[in-house]
Design a protein around this ligand. Structure first.
Ligand SMILES: C[S@@+](CC[C@H](N)C(=O)[O-])C[C@H]1O[C@@H](n2cnc3c(N)ncnc32)[C@H](O)[C@@H]1O
Length: 273
């Protein structure tokens, strides 16, 4: 495990990030993260979905617009307020994954993209809460920042650019945890889940941080477009990234996405993966 530090703490980072953009549009591209993995998980319209850490709402809005019974929570109150204002029919509220207000077995699915790595403490508690609110046989889809070469390079690049901008203080605030695939899997197994699949995924490739490697539509960075379409690279950028992912997926992904099931009995929680 590696911890990424920045100059603002994790909650300040998210508050600022969501303050800077309007609520998301519904995500449209089903071939990219996170919608692709949400669709692998949510296989029936029956049963409730919890999107934990719904952020600016691209997944929440996608499922709500399609008539699914979905509730979103996020610990940044302002993004929740914005989403409510954008669409009053959305079920969305402020909440913390480490202490959910829902009854046991309230949901058939929990979607938690980029959520758990924000927890400096209480990660086990958050995964236990997820287990508690899922029905038996229910599924969680979660993504986690990878502890690998790509995220190390990304952290180095951000730090390098900060120093170039004359910011010379040392980053000391907790930003995110980075885990290896096996550390991530163990956390879920230890909580009683049966892990069905883990995918190395490129959400935002490091090349996307250079406009030269971005697709024409993405040359001028617009987070709202990136969040709706996925972060698109140019032909050259895609070629390089595709080959890095082909030969070194665990080192050049930036996240791992896991799909796990709450088994019928604790006995069945034994190691499928
Ligand atoms: C990577 S963003 C993902 C947003 C959204 N799920 C998506 O895929 O677009 C992670 C979100 O988790 C939220 N978050 C972080 N810690 C949280 C906690 N303890 N409880 C609830 N939400 C949290 C952040 O505010 C942020 O909106």
């Amino acid at each position: 495990m590696r911890i990424t530090y920045r100059r603002e703490n994790n909650k300040e980072y998210w508050a600022k990030r969501w303050d800077n953009i309007p609520s998301d549009y519904s995500m449209e591209n089903p071939n990219v993260y996170p919608l692709k993995f949400a669709q692998l998980t949510v296989q029936s319209k029956e049963g409730k979905i919890l999107e934990a850490g719904c952020g600016a709402g691209r997944i929440l809005r996608y499922y709500a617009n399609k008539g699914y019974n979905i509730v979103g929570i996020d610990f940044i109150g302002n993004t929740v307020k914005k989403l409510k204002k954008t669409d009053q029919t959305l079920k969305v509220e402020a909440g913390d994954i480490t202490d959910l207000t829902y009854n046991d077995k309230s949901f058939k699915y929990v979607l938690a993209f980029g959520l758990y790595h924000n927890l400096h403490h209480d990660l086990d508690k958050a995964i236990k809460e997820t287990y508690r609110v899922l029905e038996t046989g229910g599924k969680v889809c979660a993504s986690f920042r990878a502890d690998n070469l790509q995220t190390s390079l990304t952290d180095w690049l951000i730090e390098h650019r900060a120093r170039k901008d004359g910011i010379n203080t040392h980053p000391e605030e907790f930003h995110k945890r980075n885990l290896t695939q096996s550390e991530f899997v163990s956390l879920f197994k230890d909580a009683g889940f049966e892990v069905e699949a883990v995918y190395p995924v490129e959400n935002m490739p490091i090349f996307y941080k250079f406009s030269f490697f971005r697709s024409r539509k993405h040359k001028i960075f617009n987070e709202q477009i990136g969040r709706k379409d996925g972060y698109e690279l140019s032909t050259l950028g895609s070629f390089i990234q595709r080959n890095l992912m082909r030969f070194f997926p665990r080192q050049f992904c930036n996240i791992f996405v896991l799909i796990a099931r709450k088994p019928d009995t604790i006995k069945h929680a034994a190691k499928k993966f």
